[in-house]
Design a protein. Structure first.
Length: 223
């Protein structure tokens, strides 16, 4: 089943001499359960692509379908709810709530959506990410790498159909990074989750099912 489809995505910033074609006609689709790595040099359009796939910004041209829903057809409020139901985001800014502990941060999106928390799965995530003993800590008492892992746990906790991750291993040592990638791979196969992950690390990209290469806003390769 196709879980994600991008058709002729274009995103231009600025105008005239300052026109930047951050995305310049990108099309691809991803099956449910597929784990895709997006690679490319800095400025090639990776972050912009991820934002567009998540409906976080408007396109200059093109369409994104998530599970057969053309997201441009949703109102702003519908899109907010759709995103919360379907997509888990892992971005470089962690956006953890400072007055909530680790566990509360992780389960909040599930509670907001009125779903039941799968405590066993939360525990598995916490253990795999080396956070089991941090469950009741406040975010400010954690290191950057630990906060990053909490953000990953939060994105996974609701078992979203799609996980969009921007350098999820950026702040992590290589052992922890491999644990995180292993967890992503496990979870994608176990729940048929689709993962699109930006990475600068070629070794990490090799662990994905597929690699999409961007250059100057264009798809350079897809293998
Ligand atoms: P990457 O994630 O691969 O580093 P980005 O998607 O961040 O690439 O950026 C692609 C291009 O678009 C770059 O030239 C960047 O400077 C430009 N860009 C990204 N966001 C904006 C923005 N909000 N306004 C203007 N230019 C932007
Ligand atoms: P990354 O390290 O993931 O490539 P960036 O540092 O390129 O992220 O971008 C961080 C944020 O700044 C993004 O939301 C992007 O849209 C915005 N941005 C990137 N380049 C520009 C730019 N030239 N002008 C304005 N905003 C930009």
């Amino acid at each position: 089943m196709k879980s994600l489809r991008a058709e002729n995505l274009k995103k231009y910033y600025g105008a005239g001499n300052n026109l930047v074609k951050a995305l310049d006609g990108i099309s691809f689709s991803v099956d449910a359960g597929e784990f895709v790595a997006v690679v490319g040099t800095s400025g090639s359009g990776k972050s912009t692509l991820l934002h567009m796939l998540g409906g976080l910004d408007t396109l200059t041209e093109g369409k994104v379908w998530i599970e057969h829903q053309d997201i441009s057809q949703l109102s702003k409020d519908e899109l907010t709810i759709f995103r919360r139901r379907k997509i888990g985001f892992v971005f470089q800014s962690f956006n953890l709530l400072p007055l909530q502990n680790v566990y509360e941060n992780i389960v909040l999106p599930i509670q907001l959506d009125g779903q039941k928390v799968d405590e066993e799965y939360i525990q598995l995530i916490l253990e795999t990410l080396g956070l089991a003993d941090k469950k009741f800590e406040m975010p400010n008492n954690l290191s950057g790498g630990q906060q990053q892992r909490v953000a990953i746990a939060r994105a996974l906790a609701a078992k979203p159909a799609i996980i969009l991750a921007d350098e999820p291993t950026g702040n992590l040592d290589s052992k922890t990074a491999l644990d995180v990638l292993g967890l992503l791979k496990f979870t994608s196969k176990k729940w048929h989750q689709t993962i699109v992950m930006i990475t600068h690390n070629d070794d990490f990209a090799q662990l994905a099912d597929r690699i999409i290469r961007l250059e100057d806003g264009k798809l350079l390769g897809d293998d």
